[in-house]
Design a protein around this ligand. Structure first.
Ligand code: C2E
Ligand code: MG
Ligand code: MG
Ligand code: MG
Length: 278
């Protein structure tokens, strides 16, 4: 009995492993193809002022589809892009595309771009950002770079120097998913962030466990105020959450309540999607 049970266990294990490996290979192949043929796209999610709910900017979010049209979430493909060494190329494209798109919009919206910690490894990030800004004409103070707290684990001193260089240019640096990592306060102290983005799990908590979540969020907003750091709340989905966050003095709100990530129409394309010939 033990023997056959063991065999079944291995069969199950092999089957799962096989599935995981096939999926991993599929995405790896797709990433390489998309990178060669420039098939990534960006969607933009509105960021609104906590004071009057007016639009203040957008967060750019990367999108990729399998050949059959099925979307792959960035949470799945970005770690693989990092592993196979594609994140520098893809990340540079995101910087150029997002700055160009938002520079062309009316008004003075900001654009927030997510960075992978791997993009700090070459040491060339400040240079890449400066290039994207001058090519697009976007003023530096309208660009914000988001770093996920839980990814800051590898303690690399060059990250600090590059963050300083970017801030000297006028670019804002945000700590994304605040509260989900191991050392939120440690990183706030170590790197001078300009913005804290409270992770959406705390905002969801406003509905599930209101007293406790209110206290935590209020404390983060107070902390931000004391340190001169702006605070954004992610994942705002209900009017009740929005009202509570506004009342607490949260600077910026983001979530499905104000708009899901969506493409921004390219002004060089006609409404039916075909490029206009000059
Ligand atoms: P993130 O930076 O925390 O982005 C916010 C995520 O929350 C997005 O998921 C967005 O679609 C989702 N979201 C926004 N509002 C709501 C809401 O009200 N409710 C809920 N439930 N979700 C909401 P998405 O687009 O799947 O991106 C996942 C993560 O992938 C991002 O998390 C970011 O860490 C990473 N990512 C996305 N684009 C890029 C990129 O260009 N470069 C890098 N390095 N990472 C990226
Ligand atoms: Mg983000
Ligand atoms: Mg986030
Ligand atoms: Mg998040």
């Amino acid at each position: 009995h033990a023997k056959s049970a063991g065999r079944n266990q291995y069969a199950l294990y092999d089957d799962d492993m096989g599935r995981v490996i096939r999926r991993r290979n599929l995405i790896e192949r797709r990433l390489k193809g998309a990178s060669k043929r420039n098939e990534f796209t960006l969607e933009y999610q509105p960021l609104v002022s906590g004071e009057d709910l007016e639009l203040v900017g957008y967060e750019a979010l990367m999108r990729l589809r399998l050949r059959d049209g099925t979307p792959i979430s960035p949470g799945e493909f970005i770690p693989i892009a990092e592993e196979i060494g594609l994140i520098d190329d893809i990340g540079a494209w995101v910087l150029q595309e997002a700055t160009r798109t938002v520079a062309d919009l009316p008004g003075t919206p900001k654009v927030a771009i997510n960075l992978s910690v791997a993009q700090f490894r070459s040491g060339r990030l400040p240079e890449l950002v400066a290039d994207a800004l001058s090519a697009s004409g976007l003023p530096a103070d309208r660009l914000e770079l988001e770093i996920t707290e839980s990814l800051l684990l590898d303690d690399d001193t060059t990250i600090g120097f590059q963050i300083d260089a970017l801030q000297d240019m006028g670019v804002w640096i945000a700590m994304d998913d605040f509260g989900t990592g191991f050392s939120s306060l440690g990183y706030l102290w170590k790197y001078g962030f300009d913005r804290i983005k409270i992770d959406r799990s705390f905002v969801a908590g406003l509905s599930d466990n209101p007293e406790r979540s209110l206290e935590i969020i209020e404390t983060v907003i107070m902390l931000g105020r004391r340190l001169g750091i702006e605070v954004t709340a992610e994942g705002v989905e209900t009017k009740a959450q929005c009202e509570m966050l506004s009342k607490l003095g949260c600077d910026v709100l983001q979530g499905f309540l104000f708009g899901a990530p969506a493409p921004i129409a390219d002004p060089t394309e006609s409404p039916d999607g075909e490029a206009t010939s000059a």
